[in-house]
Design a protein around this ligand. Structure first.
Ligand code: AMP
Length: 403
């Protein structure tokens, strides 16, 4: 496995100023109340560890999509209270992230407090990856700690240029995430299974093309499976009853051919749940593929035979990587397949037989809905970065910390 720089590589931190690039991009309501503190809570162990090692900690992050400096709606000042509560130490807020105000505040820092600087994206230079600006940013810091995996797929100034300016390392969160993801795809214990669901093939082409070359078994489910089913000659699937993308049939065939050439077994639905309407608890039935009604019903989930097959295939696997729900999990009972397969993965994980990694957008909510959010080996809350990693791309914010 590739080795990356971690906190231990930074040496003794007593009396040093550690600048910590965190992900504090938390959801907030219109009254500026944080509605989910998960990202704050997950950052706290790295802050505490740096404090324990004797460092003075200066935390930086992006937040929302500001339209320039002074956009108070997107000020990180709104999270001071929650960060303070979760950390148990005083948090001093500075309403800028570079310049004399910051340098002054760092000089005046007391041992038992930390600094939180204003939103990095108040400066366009952050997104542009501006090197001169990054030099200004790190001016008050002796060492730099990168802990925002969710932005690791972007070569923003605080993710790459700033890292190169100081002795730098992954924070605990980033180290944990990269370690889990490496075990999932880069250096997995085999056999390795991937489950890919979600709505459309067109959004997951790079991901599928990468997976068929790496995994031993690939389960394709959700709306995107409809295109693959049609491509294998299941003529009952059509545009009136499914999400089939007729312009993607050749692409689906090519992906299946690549899979075959790479000894990757593709598992497609064997039966489906069709529903009269697109709403919760709508009239529905499970049918075999040859009995899918031509119109008046939509394919919203996969059926029991498919669930049993996926779970049986999983039994022989040592590693699972999962992105995308198997059906329309937002509406009961069309979350059934996602839930049953997730529960099975959780049981195998608890028994020590499976290393399970999941992530990317809706997958986190789908697995939370299944009640397994704490029962997988690792669930990544990073959306884009997780998907790019599944696509086999090198993430600039990770690569920069290679040893
Ligand atoms: P994605 O963002 O591509 O991972 O897609 C997630 C979305 O796919 C969720 O909102 C699901 O409701 C949706 N989805 C999964 N299976 C189906 C299906 N059979 N028909 C329609 N939408 C689906």
């Amino acid at each position: 496995m590739t080795a990356y720089r971690t906190l231990d590589d930074l040496g003794d931190l007593h009396g040093k100023v550690a600048m910590l690039r965190a992900d504090l991009n938390v959801p907030m309501d219109e009254n500026f109340h944080v509605t989910n503190t998960a990202r704050i809570d997950r950052t706290v162990p790295t802050i505490k560890e740096l404090m324990k090692r004797g460092a003075k900690v200066v935390v930086i992050s992006h937040f929302g999509r500001p339209e320039g400096k002074g956009d108070m709606k997107n000020s990180l000042s709104h999270i001071v209270g929650d960060l303070q509560k979760s950390l148990g130490h005083k948090v001093v807020f500075v309403d800028d992230c570079i310049g004399p105000k910051v340098e002054e505040a760092v000089k005046n820092m007391k041992n038992d407090e930390i600094l939180l600087l204003e939103n990095l994206r108040f400066y366009n230079e952050e997104k542009k990856g501006d090197e001169a600006w990054a030099k200004e940013l790190v001016k008050p810091a002796d060492v730099y700690v990168s802990d925002a995996f969710s932005t690791a797929h972007r070569a923003h100034a605080s993710m790459v240029a700033a890292v190169k300016e100081r002795p730098a390392a992954f924070g605990l969160l980033m180290a944990e995430e990269v370690n889990a993801l490496s075990k999932g795809l880069n250096d997995p214990k085999r056999p390795l299974m991937a489950i890919v669901g979600g709505s459309k093939v067109s959004t997951k082409l790079d991901l599928l093309n990468n997976l068929v070359k790496k995994v031993d078994k690939l389960v394709i489910s959700g709306g995107m499976a409809h295109t693959f089913m049609k491509a294998t000659g299941i003529d009952t699937v059509n545009e009136a009853n499914s999400l089939v993308q007729m312009d993607m049939l050749d692409t689906a065939k090519e992906i299946m051919a690549t899979a075959k050439a790479n000894n990757c077994k593709i598992v497609l639905p064997l039966d489906v749940v069709v529903s009269k309407e697109f709403k919760p608890m709508a009239e529905h039935k499970t049918v075999d593929l040859e009995h899918i009604p031509a119109e008046g019903w939509s394919l919203l989930d996969v059926g029991d035979k498919t669930i049993a097959t996926i779970n049986a295939e999983m039994d022989g696997c040592s590693t699972l990587v999962w992105n995308g729900p198997l059906g329309v999990f937002e509406m009961k009972p069309f979350d059934n397949a996602t839930n049953k397969v997730a529960e099975h993965a959780a049981e195998l994980t608890a028994a020590g037989k499976l290393m399970s990694v999941a992530g990317g957008g809706d997958t986190v909510s789908a697995l939370a809905n299944a009640g397994v959010e704490n029962k997988f080996s690792y669930i990544s809350t990073a959306g884009g970065a997780f998907l790019e990693w599944m696509e086999g791309k090198e993430l600039p914010g990770v690569a920069v910390l290679k040893k």
